[in-house]
Design a protein around this ligand. Structure first.
Ligand SMILES: Nc1ncnc2c1ncn2[C@@H]1O[C@H](COP(=O)(O)OP(=O)(O)O)[C@@H](O)[C@H]1O
Ligand SMILES: [Mg+2]
Length: 276
């Protein structure tokens, strides 16, 4: 299909503050596909999301990222957004002085490009419709971006952005954290409504719960800054039932995290516990 995107990550390595966190990660996402990345905390999942979006703190040292053959790593953050990449952050930022409506309209116009800006009337209509779909209070339109929003309200607001921006590749980083079951259902319905051949999804999650609502086509497990196992939805079910230990055992992984300074946390063997 002509408008079906292909997003290719190949051998991606990235450093944060001089430490290598991503250690060679490859993944291809096509339009119509939902890929889930699961993994314990501290395994590099958010680092992957930030590196893909071009966060300046995350320095890509090796590998390539391409959207429909275009080199994503060459693009600035705004260019990535314009090209159709979207990230719903695990911890969305609060911006005082910028209302949600102002922010969304600027974001939509940045995505649409100069000369193709959305009219104010059309924007308001779309925003109202999407907020209704997400069961958001209309007053959130005029509140400063994420300021004083609860965890769940921030997550809904991220999904509102996704609905309005109509991205080609959607990355959701722990969109389920902080959501009660009703909010989770609403967010999942928002995502499912956007599923089509023109859009691919990368859903990062710690828990299988979200995947009961958004059925993934592929499930990948991340440990030590790389994908260590891939499968179908049955992999997520096994993780729900058995946790992550069996994968660690299978692969001989002792510590699944990445970027920790082991030396700092080690208790020296030749000292005795202090007496009080
Ligand atoms: N902004 C940051 N500053 C410093 N270290 C970071 C930063 N982001 C990630 N890291 C390092 O990368 C490791 C992986 O973190 P992260 O990608 O957030 O994992 P996950 O999302 O899987 O919990 C952390 O243990 C930390 O050492
Ligand atoms: Mg994370």
């Amino acid at each position: 299909m002509a408008n079906s995107p292909t997003f290719t990550i190949d051998g991606l390595k990235a450093n944060v503050e001089g430490k290598e966190i991503l250690k060679g990660l490859s993944l291809e996402i096509k339009g119509g596909e939902v890929h889930a990345i699961m993994g314990p905390n501290g395994t590099g999942k958010s680092t992957l999301a930030s590196a893909l979006m071009g966060h300046p703190k995350y320095e890509v040292t090796e590998g390539s990222v391409a959207l429909d053959g275009e080199d994503v790593l060459e693009m600035g953050v705004d260019e990535r957004a314009r090209a159709g990449l979207f990230l719903a952050m695990q911890y969305p930022s609060e911006i005082t002085g910028v209302t949600n409506a102002d922010f969304l309209r600027s974001a939509i116009n940045a995505r649409r490009g100069e000369g193709n800006e959305i009219s104010l009337i059309k924007f308001i209509r779309q925003m109202e419709a999407k907020m209704k779909q997400l069961e958001m209070n209309p007053e959130f339109m005029h509140r400063y971006l994420n300021e004083g929003f609860s965890g769940g309200e921030k997550k809904r607001n991220e999904i509102l952005q996704m609905l309005l921006l109509e991205p080609k590749i959607v990355i959701l980083d722990e969109i389920d954290s902080g959501l009660d079951i009703d909010a989770l259902r609403i967010v999942a319905e928002g995502v499912n409504a956007m599923r089509n051949e023109e859009r691919g999804f990368l859903i990062i999650t710690h828990y299988q719960r979200l995947l009961n609502y958004i059925n993934p086509d592929f499930v990948h497990v991340m440990m030590q800054g790389r994908i260590v196992k891939s499968g179908g939805p049955e992999l997520a079910e096994r993780l729900e039932a058995e946790g992550y230990d069996w994968i660690k055992e299978e692969l001989g992984i002792v510590d699944e995290t990445v970027g920790q300074d082991e030396e700092e946390f080690k208790i020296p063997m030749n000292t005795t516990a202090p007496k009080y």
